[in-house]
Design a protein around this ligand. Structure first.
Ligand SMILES: [Zn+2]
Length: 365
């Protein structure tokens, strides 16, 4: 059976906590890491109704997009709605994991889910480069080359766009003298050794670096593995904010707005007065994404869709660039389906249920 800790660790493979924004709070936020789980409730955020639903459904863990504990807590006296909810979770032995800005900042997260909903093709991250890229160079004796190479690729090194297993190898001669207390795989103490080796060079994103290094060290036969890690200036296209892509064919703008409203189940869309007549290149950001408007324009988007767009932001629209505010929740809720899919593929030891509670506190009258 899985525990809160093992589920949190798996979810960090899906959306690494290290990609969360600094102000954020993600991962296992409530609950004993060793507690076992037989049923999980997936909700957009935690409200009293969601806790009731978890109890009724017999769920030991609630996974949400919005974290219940966001600002640091100095007391838990149930004097605020958040404190009441946290106390209620603890009282009922229910755990809480949040995947928030880490799910915003990955290629397969909130914005990919939104792109799928909108029917966008050629999806790319709008403002890439949240994570850092590294070049890993390792020297491998010929006979162990394929094993070490396979291990680093398997652990997540060597991905460039739609290509995996990208690496570069040169043959040469390595030299070393094993000193006192060494336990060399090849060679003898105090004797100069020359070995036919290959120098393998691969690219590694920061979020995979620890896993790749440990896989590389484990597969490598040497006691001391000669390797270098260089930070790169290249931009990581697989991490960052927002999304951009194309509709399969141009659409009449007003028909497009209607389609957005339908697929996002939005009761209302606040739209800029200025906009183009037709639209094909679409940029978007689930939640509050107005900060991405300049990037959307720069990359030739004809419309930008997000939530929480302020009055003054709408002045950035023009006759070739429209802005749509479809709502915060309306542009994010679909991430729950992605998390459910990920967990269903990975685990078969617990049941997963998506909450039926509508937590959106905004109502259109
Ligand atoms: Zn949000």
């Amino acid at each position: 059976m899985e525990t809160f800790a093992s589920i949190a660790a798996a979810l960090s493979e899906f959306a690494p906590d290290m990609l969360s924004e600094e102000y954020d709070n993600t991962g296992l936020l409530v609950g004993n890491p060793s507690q076992l789980v037989s049923k999980i409730l997936l909700a957009y955020e935690i409200t009293e109704e969601v806790v009731k639903e978890a109890l009724y459904e017999g769920c030991q863990l609630i996974i949400t997009h919005h974290p219940l504990i966001f600002k640091s807590l100095k007391k838990l006296t149930e004097q605020s709605p958040e404190e009441k909810l946290i106390a209620s979770l603890i009282r009922h032995n229910i755990g809480h994991i949040a995947l928030h800005t880490n799910a915003d900042n990955i290629l397969t997260g909130v914005n990919k889910a939104l792109a799928n909903r909108l029917g966008i093709e050629n999806f790319k991250i709008l403002k890439p480069g949240k994570d850092k890229l590294y070049s890993l160079v390792v020297f491998i004796p010929d006979e162990a080359f394929e094993r070490v190479e396979a291990a680093v690729f398997e652990a997540g090194a060597g991905r460039i766009g739609n290509y995996s297993h990208c690496g570069y190898a040169l043959s040469g001669t390595g030299s070393f003298i094993p000193l006192e207390n060494a336990n060399p795989a090849i060679g003898r103490i105090h004797q100069l050794e020359r070995v036919s080796e290959r120098r393998l060079e691969v690219i590694v994103p920061g979020r995979r670096l620890r896993t790749v290094l440990s896989a590389m060290l484990q597969a490598h036969p040497y006691e001391e593995v000669a390797h270098f890690i260089h930070p790169l200036q290249n931009t990581d296209p697989e991490s960052g904010s927002g999304g951009i892509g194309n509709l399969p064919k141009p659409m009449n703008y007003l028909e497009f707005v209607q389609m957005v409203k339908n697929v996002l189940k939005a009761d209302v869309i606040r739209a800029s007065k200025l906009h183009p007549d037709t639209v094909q290149r679409v940029a978007f950001c689930g939640g509050a994404g107005a900060f991405l408007i300049p990037y959307a324009k720069e990359q030739g988007a004809e419309v930008f869709i997000s939530g929480d767009i302020k009055y003054h932001d709408f002045f950035r629209a023009d006759p070739s660039f429209g802005i749509l505010d479809a709502g915060h929740c309306e542009t994010e809720w679909m991430i729950l389906n992605e998390i459910a899919d990920f967990l269903n593929k990975k685990f078969h030891t617990f049941a997963i249920q998506i909450s039926n509670v509508q937590t959106n506190p905004v109502k259109i009258l």
